[in-house]
Design a protein. Structure first.
Length: 134
């Protein structure tokens, strides 16, 4: 999970986005082999999600003089991942905790959040995770 977080920050820098937010984590997760296996097993149409994700990334604010910074929503998202980890009996954030939080976070654009519901994939069903929504 540390690698996923680090790569999402690098992605924000690469695209010269003003802020790194949970959208960048999802972008990296969609290309991470073990995450892809989970998405496929849950019935997520990664092609459609990638299309929506690329549109959302293209709308992110860019910075031309200055530095990309990690947005507060990124920190809040990771705190929520930590809460998920504790609820599942872990003392640290692992990949599954990030994926669970990506499925229920309010910190992704509405077109991405609505994708979970529209897709009919298992990831849209709260009971699959049995964790309080946040």
């Amino acid at each position: 999970s540390h690698k996923l977080i680090k790569q999402s920050i690098q992605l924000g820098h690469h695209y010269r986005h003003a802020y790194v937010d949970p959208l960048h984590i999802l972008a990296i997760a969609l290309h991470e082999p073990s995450c892809c296996l989970v998405f496929d097993a849950l019935g997520v149409d990664r092609g459609k999600l990638l299309f929506k994700l690329e549109n959302a990334l293209s709308e992110e604010e860019k910075v031309f003089a200055g530095h990309t910074v990690v947005d507060q929503t990124f920190h809040d998202f990771l705190e929520h991942c930590k809460d998920v980890a504790y609820q599942l009996g872990s003392n640290y954030i692992d990949l599954e905790h990030i994926l669970i939080q990506l499925a229920k976070t309010k910190y992704l654009p509405s077109e991405i959040r609505s994708f979970w519901k529209e897709s009919g994939s298992c990831i849209s069903k709260p009971s699959i995770f049995n964790i309080n929504k946040r």
